[in-house]
Design a protein around this ligand. Structure first.
Ligand SMILES: O=P(O)(O)OC[C@H]1O[C@H](OP(=O)(O)OP(=O)(O)O)[C@H](O)[C@@H]1O
Ligand SMILES: Nc1nc2[nH]cnc2c(=O)[nH]1
Ligand SMILES: [Mg+2]
Length: 161
């Protein structure tokens, strides 16, 4: 299956996180936010600022072992969030849904929101902003850097000929 890339800039991410926060206003109040580290940290910080939320907990789940999908392992539990009642979980995206399913099992009463969702995992969310095709890899701003690209024609001499 062909793999496509969708590049998300910092500005786009900020817009999408603000849109997520706006869509969450009717679901307030929340006791706090649980960010799914690492990808959920920046979306959670932006949403927390918009929603006036200062209690931020984290959950860290590792699912990828090298290139292989392994069993989810919790390496940091969200102790302040109990069973999730009144808490908002934020991640950057759901893809297969493995992470979201596991996080929801840990915090069954929480509300799960993310920025981007692929078809295989979107039913595991309560809210997402943009759907992304399953064969598309989302490149977040923290995954990328501007790169020098050499010009098509390498010097003036060639241009004058
Ligand atoms: O729906 P899934 O197939 O489980 O994929 C989605 C998860 O994958 C990425 O996290 P990753 O495990 O790569 O770790 P990171 O957030 O620390 O980058 C992303 O941030 C989601 O949490
Ligand atoms: N950056 C990134 N991480 C992922 N983890 C699972 N799917 C994705 C994706 O599309 N992009
Ligand atoms: Mg993640």
């Amino acid at each position: 299956m062909a793999v496509h890339y969708a590049t998300v800039t910092w500005e786009q991410l900020h817009r999408d996180a603000r849109a997520l926060a706006a869509a969450l206003v009717p679901k307030m109040p929340f006791k706090g936010i649980v960010a799914v580290t690492r990808g959920g940290l920046i979306p959670a910080a932006i949403a927390a600022r918009e929603l006036g939320c200062r209690l931020i907990e984290t959950i860290s789940v590792v699912t990828y072992d090298e290139e292989e999908m392994g069993q989810p392992q919790i390496i940091k539990a969200p102790e302040a969030a109990g069973d999730g009642e009144g808490f908002l979980i934020i991640d950057d995206l759901v893809d297969s849904g493995v992470t979201a399913r596991f996080v929801r099992e840990c915090l069954p009463k929480a509300y799960f929101a993310c920025l981007y969702a692929k078809p295989a995992g979107k039913a595991l969310t309560d809210l997402f902003i943009t759907e992304v095709p399953q064969d598309t890899w989302v490149l977040f701003p923290w995954d990328t850097a501007p790169l020098f690209v050499p010009p098509l024609v390498s010097n003036k001499k060639e241009c004058a000929e």
